[in-house]
Design a binder for this molecule. Structure first.
Ligand code: HGA
Length: 607
């Protein structure tokens, strides 16, 4: 989660950018840098490590100029060195970037063939050269930036400045956040409102796909389709800005929409994108020989564990038990010698999970935890931790923590498969590419937001709702039902689609909506048969599937929601998005307290 700042101002902006970067250091501190336009020329200072080093460099050699961009880096591509620090620049353009450019290899090759040369290992540098390529073709900077941005694939936020253009900065958002700040005779860009708080409290948040042209006079914003649009300017409360809701009514919505970014951050922690390999810390067991894995968690984290069971067993052929912590801790489970126990908890403080961890340790298990809070009790008590990088999750109903847990567990399962000889180097490379496309597909899945909002008005009238899924979509069905219960107070149950005829089918009538998660995959036909059994009994079916899945579903659907067609490995992560949106909008339609639903607490530190 790198941090971005941009100022189109009057006086020397570098010291102001530096102060704003200090407020973004929580997003990364591998390196930092600032570029300004001094008498029309691009100049920059960069330094490895914390901002203090950049500050020292700036004191020794100050930067001048009334327009500039700054960056604090959390490296995904390329070592955290000064050379790889942003801003990246040519003699015509300088850029700062937050996110991952998925097609940077192809673009780099294309630009190398045109005679461009690269000086860093980052994906980001490509943007500076690509913009320059368009400028060299005689385009004006606005056009050059727009055309270059269109060629980029991935999830990102960027800020771009141009030599000779004292009154222009371009910003763009696709998957990573970017806020526009409005001053008097100056304009700002920032990764969040908190960064901009000392300069202005008038802020608008770019929407997915937006591009903004900033001058001292103001901002002109274009949406993904290139239409000139207005984005509401809000007055932020400086003290609240640290955990603001952005453009959203609720933290839960903000957290759902943050997923492309935080999943990208989590994945890039565990993937070496330059060498196209996994990159995990040393583990306390040898995954090649471990006799069994026991996964223990509660609530949503338990469902992440259930998905992981499918991955570990299918990819790595390891036997996996998944248990609810509150059951596990009292049933005196028999555990194999040398086994690995994995604990999943957003807060890392879940009391039952912590107690289960102590039990496992006392029975000689090696322990690994997947937590979002690294300074937590579960993290401290574990042999090794794999942190998720979801950032603070404020909404009580977990969303981004869940998909970050899945992202981490998917990588761990692939690591196990490599250790057991089930996946070779070539397949590992393919998987790294598949995984790194996840943020983009999540952003695509979020595109169903409007359609889901519309149909939630009807769903909000239901008293009971069933969710069906098969294979790894069964835990997603369970999670969908839990999400709906938690925040809309509608009774909902998730079932393995094949179980329907063993009981729950008795519940089917026209008043019980049935939500079926069935993208086109090897289990599709089976699930669709179960869905047809529901339709035949007058049931009201909402199908969540990719285009092919919807096309082949047959007659009689009540509604459908299209999600992107993706590799089965990442499908559970993508399929979680529509069920989160469905719960969210249904709760909003019902007028419940979405972020703090009744009777619940974010971190369950009691038994
Ligand atoms: N890919 C870029 C930016 C990294 C980032 O946004 N991290 O959160 C880099 O590695 O510099």
């Amino acid at each position: 989660m790198c941090g971005i700042v941009g100022i189109v101002g009057g006086r020397d902006v570098a010291p102001v950018i530096l102060e704003a970067l200090k407020r973004l250091e929580y997003r990364g501190y591998d390196s930092a840098g600032i570029a300004t336009l001094d008498d029309g020329q691009l100049t920059r200072r960069r330094a490895e490590g914390k901002l203090f080093n950049l500050e020292t460099a700036l004191t020794a050699q100050p930067l001048h100029g009334g327009l500039g961009i700054g960056h604090t880096r959390w490296a995904t591509h390329g070592a955290p060195t000064e050379n790889n620090a942003h801003p990246h620049a040519t003699d015509r353009a300088a850029i700062v970037h937050n996110g991952i450019i998925e097609n940077f290899r192809e673009l780099r090759q294309m630009l190398l063939e045109k005679g461009f040369s690269f000086s860093t290992d980052t994906d980001s540098e490509i943007i500076a050269h690509l913009v320059t390529d368009h400028l060299n073709r005689g385009k004006d900077p606005r056009r050059a930036a727009a055309d270059a941005l269109r060629e980029l694939e991935g999830a990102f936020a960027v800020a771009i400045i141009f030599s000779g253009e004292e009154d222009l900065m371009i910003g763009a958002r696709r998957g990573s956040p970017l806020a526009v700040g409005y001053g008097d005779g100056s304009m700002y860009l920032g990764s969040d409102a908190f960064a901009l708080a000392p300069m202005t409290n008038r802020v608008s948040f770019l929407e997915e796909g937006d591009r903004v042209e900033l001058t001292r006079e103001g901002a002109v914003i274009y949406d993904a389709a290139g239409r000139n649009v207005e984005r509401t300017v809000k007055i932020t409360d400086v003290s609240a800005a640290l955990v603001d809701k952005g453009n959203h009514r609720h933290f839960m919505a903000k957290e759902i929409f943050e997923q492309p970014e935080v999943i990208g951050h989590t994945l890039s922690e565990y993937l070496d994108l330059v060498n196209e390999k996994l990159h995990l810390p040393d583990l306390p067991v040898d995954l090649a020989t471990v006799p069994r894995i026991t996964i223990i968690a509660c609530g949503t984290a338990f469902y992440a564990g259930l998905v992981a069971k499918y991955w570990f067993e299918k990819l790595a052929r390891i036997s996996v038990e998944v248990d609810i912590a509150s059951e596990f801790r009292y049933r005196e489970a028999a555990l194999p010698e040398g086994g690995l126990a994995i604990f999943i908890s957003q807060s890392g403080e879940t009391a039952d999970t912590l107690a289960a961890l102590h039990y496992c340790k006392s029975r000689g298990q090696k322990t690994l935890s997947v937590v979002n809070v690294v300074e937590s009790s579960i993290a401290r008590a574990s042999d090794v931790i794999l942190p998720t990088f979801a950032g603070p999750e404020i909404g009580v109903a977990s969303t981004k923590a869940f998909t970050c847990q899945l992202s981490t567990l998917a990588i761990l399962a692939v690591r196990a498969a490599i250790a057991r000889g089930q996946i070779d180097a070539e397949e590992e490379r393919r998987i790294v590419h598949t995984l790194i496309e996840t943020p983009r597909h999540v952003a695509e899945a979020l595109g169903a937001d409007g359609a889901i909002q519309d149909l939630s008005v009807d769903l909000a009238k239901a008293r009971d709702v069933l969710y069906l899924g098969r294979g790894h979509n069964y835990p997603v069905a369970l999670e969908g039902a839990l999400k709906l219960k938690e925040i809309s107070y509608i009774h909902a149950e998730g079932y393995a689609a094949g179980e329907l005829k063993h009981g729950p089918i008795a519940l089917i009538d026209e008043n019980v909506p049935v939500i079926v998660i069935a993208p086109m995959d090897p289990l599709y036909e089976k699930t669709v048969s179960n869905m047809q059994e529901v339709i035949a009994r007058g049931g009201k079916v909402l199908l969540i599937a990719d285009k092919a899945g919807i096309e082949h579903a047959g007659e009689g659907l009540w509604e459908s929601v299209e999600i992107p067609a993706v590799d089965p490995l990442i499908a559970p992560i993508i399929n979680a998005i529509p069920v989160q949106l469905l719960a969210y909008h249904t709760a909003v339609s019902k007028g419940t307290d979405v972020d703090q639903p009744r009777n619940l607490a974010k971190s369950v530190t009691v038994e």
